[in-house]
Design a protein around this ligand. Structure first.
Ligand SMILES: [Zn+2]
Length: 469
């Protein structure tokens, strides 16, 4: 069944087809983190959604090039660097590492490219130069370079592709310097911000004078460099539709004269305990907070993946407990199948309806609730067959193979591996290093330390395996 997705550009569910004439390669860009703090659970909903899109495409046989930028220079970052009297790299490096650790803990596949904005200043400058040359950008009296919406529209270009904007009320030449603004204040936005004393050491030389890029132009420059002037998929949270994504389209199409992106996908908001997440309400969660409370990345991933991406999702701690119960049901069934299969690998997945039903559900604009429905129907039926003793070793191996195929999209993995905390994984890796260096004394000492912490490490042909004692 062909994959259908809701394209924000056309406001309709459309059949997905890549630009590649061979219909094999897919370019996918997801706006990455602004590394000024730990990402919260609302941010994680978007990244887990992006991971689901990528895994679904890979499951469908596409060769995906997944790009996620790291915004490491932007208004909020500069403010904090100034407040904390640190350097840009030191400040952003810490949060970038934390972000990538969390991404891993949530079972997300690592993007193939993770370009940093500060490492693309020449590309950003050259894109701004193109916009100036085409007459859709200008230098204002404050020394900054702005994008002119009036000139852009004058060329017959369409500003407001992702959502309806009241451009008639807009006053020509009115400017906005900050990276984030309301749609009521549609105005010329900054591409290059002239250096001001508050920027401290954060500035670069440019043909327009010393300064730094605006947030929106960073994504245009990096996505074009990584995926070309026109690419297949651009994802993000719905809060990024305006102004960020609208401005990305304007800058990119204004510079290249070509359509920027074929499919725009937006993930909906998240509420926590029925309310908008806020620090003052005490319902603000980072992944770290949840792990500290004893939840696992796997449980958080499961819960975030239970709702359709276009529906507002209510994240609750009760929901997380429910996730533990649901995962235990799957784990138990899979463990029984492993026992029954007992190394039998002559599986024939074609006889299993799980993968077919599951992929049909996902093909329908990523109908994840229906997909989970198929998984739990399969668990019930499999348990019934096991109880009736009507499952042969070959059947069990076949069922396991189907489950593994489905799990390549769900990404919840096997229990013990998924639940080993980072500290345990680090110890197991240190032991492997010691063994490699033939330092067996140290390797044994680490093995004992792991044992004391309740973990057994096994060396298998596929690498190390961690098991809870
Ligand atoms: Zn972006």
């Amino acid at each position: 069944m062909a994959l259908k997705l809701f394209n924000t550009l056309t406001r309709s569910v459309q059949e997905f087809a890549p630009l590649d004439p061979q219909k094999k390669k897919v370019g996918m860009y997801c706006c990455g983190p602004t590394v000024y703090d730990f990402a919260h659970i609302g941010n994680w909903r978007t990244f887990v959604f992006a991971d689901l899109v990528r895994r679904t495409l890979e499951f469908s046989g596409y060769d995906v090039q997944h790009v996620m930028n790291i915004t490491d220079v932007e208004d909020k970052i500069i403010k904090r660097v100034r407040e904390q009297k640190t350097t840009l790299r030191e400040f952003t490096g810490k949060f970038e590492t934390a972000f990538l650790d969390d991404l891993k803990a949530l079972g997300c596949r690592e993007p193939h490219q993770k370009p940093r904005a500060t490492e693309h200043i020449p590309e950003i400058i050259s894109l701004i130069e193109k916009l100036v040359a085409r007459g859709v950008a200008y230098k204002a009296a404050d020394g900054s370079v702005y994008f002119s919406i009036e000139k852009y529209r004058g060329c017959g270009c369409h500003y407001g592709q992702l959502l309806k904007l009241n451009l008639d009320e807009m006053r020509a030449g009115e400017r906005v310097a900050s990276d984030e603004y309301e749609k009521e204040s549609v105005a010329d936005f900054a591409l290059w911000k002239a250096r001001v004393p508050d920027d401290g050491d954060v500035f670069w030389p440019s043909p327009f004078g010393e300064g730094r890029p605006g947030w929106h132009i960073e994504c245009s420059a990096m996505s074009i460099k990584a995926l070309g002037e026109t690419f297949d998929l651009h994802l993000g949270g719905e809060d990024l539709k305006f102004p960020h994504h609208e401005d990305e389209i304007a800058q990119s199409e204004g510079a290249t004269g070509k359509p920027f992106v074929k499919f725009w996908l937006h993930g909906a908001h998240l509420l926590v305990e029925g309310k908008k997440m806020s620090k003052s309400l005490g319902n603000f969660h980072t992944l770290r907070d949840l792990l500290e409370k004893g939840h696992t990345g796997r449980e958080v991933r499961y819960l975030l993946l239970t709702a359709h991406y276009r529906e507002t999702f209510n994240f609750t701690l009760d929901g997380l407990s429910g996730a533990r119960t649901a995962l235990a049901r799957i784990d138990e069934c899979v463990a029984k199948l492993r026992e029954l299969a007992a190394g039998n690998t002559t599986a024939n997945t074609d006889t299993n309806t799980l993968t077919a039903n599951f992929s049909n559900a996902l093909a329908d604009d990523l109908n994840i609730s229906a997909a989970w429905g198929e998984v739990f129907k399969w668990v019930t039926e499999t348990n019934k067959r096991i109880a009736e003793n009507s499952l042969s070793a070959k059947d069990a191996a076949s069922a396991l193979a189907a489950w593994e195929k489905v799990d390549s999209v769900l990404g919840i993995g096997a229990k013990a591996e998924a639940e080993a905390p980072a500290e345990i994984v680090a110890l197991a890796e240190a032991r492997a290093e010691a063994k490699k260096a033939r330092d067996f004394k140290r390797a044994d000492a680490i093995r004992d330390e792991l044992k004391a912490k309740g973990w057994v490490v096994e060396d298998t042909p596929k690498g190390i395996k961690l098991k809870k004692m």
